[in-house]
Design a protein around this ligand. Structure first.
Ligand code: PRP
Length: 218
């Protein structure tokens, strides 16, 4: 069954978990959403006020927005660099702030800085990794993983990983260290290109309210 959502409402694709709660919090504080939301339910479509919220995996948010299933969504730079969707990115929400880094065991630091011509890296971010080492002129053998990337250096899958670090707790608890910083990442509001043109009256006030709220530095 293909379910058509009521087209008067805006559809918002959000990643499940922490970013979902932080986005709802900003929407509420910015005066965009007044209604309550029960995020602990297992429902994948939550209807609230003028919105449908679709709960998806972080990596899938750009797909829903680029294909026009969702008018808007929230995605981190880490995800956007990998999928490079054809969408507008009008607001930096300044949430989900983290660093993308090269990390490994402390003892592999020296080898890293001895200018190797090739390197083996495990990561969920093959594009970021390829670009980063490409610019350095280092040949990189990428082992793509889908999670628990910090395990790789501990069991000898690769000396190095490229991953995001938020609190640093996962690295610390696994005896790993940051070897090189690649870039910062934060969550962006992304907008479908057609919605941006055809649903201006609904979208522009939201973008404006977000800018106003975020400019106040809250
Ligand atoms: C992410 C990331 C690190 C961890 C970093 O993994 O890949 O493993 O969070 O956060 P920290 O610096 O606060 O410890 P995620 O929780 O998404 O799980 P995953 O390993 O299943 O991808």
């Amino acid at each position: 069954m293909i379910r058509k959502l009521n087209s008067n409402k805006l559809t918002v694709a959000l990643p499940k978990g922490r970013l979902f709660d932080q986005t709802i919090d900003i929407f509420r504080k910015a005066g965009i959403l007044k209604e309550e939301i029960n995020s602990s339910s297992r429902k994948l479509i939550i209807e609230s006020g003028d919105f449908y919220f679709l709960l998806v995996r972080a990596k899938d948010v750009p797909t829903y927005v680029e294909n026009g299933i969702a008018d808007i969504g929230v995605a981190g730079d880490d995800v956007l660099i990998e999928s490079d969707p054809d969408v507008y990115r009008p607001v930096d929400l300044n949430i989900g702030v983290c660093s993308i880094v090269v990390a490994g065991l402390p003892e592999s630091k020296e080898k890293y800085f001895s200018n190797p011509t090739s390197i083996k890296v495990s990561t969920k971010y093959p594009k970021v990794t390829k670009q980063f080492f490409g610019k350095k002129g280092v040949k990189v053998h990428i082992i793509e993983l889908y999670g628990s990337v910090e395990l790789a250096p501990l069991v000898g899958l690769s000396d190095y990983i490229v991953d995001i670090v938020e609190t640093g707790r996962t690295l610390r608890e696994n005896g790993l260290v940051v070897i090189e910083h690649i870039r910062q990442s934060s969550a962006k509001l992304i907008v479908n290109r057609i919605s941006y043109k055809t649903r201006k009256e609904k979208l522009f006030p939201i973008i404006e309210k977000l800018h106003k709220f975020l400019d106040k530095g809250e």
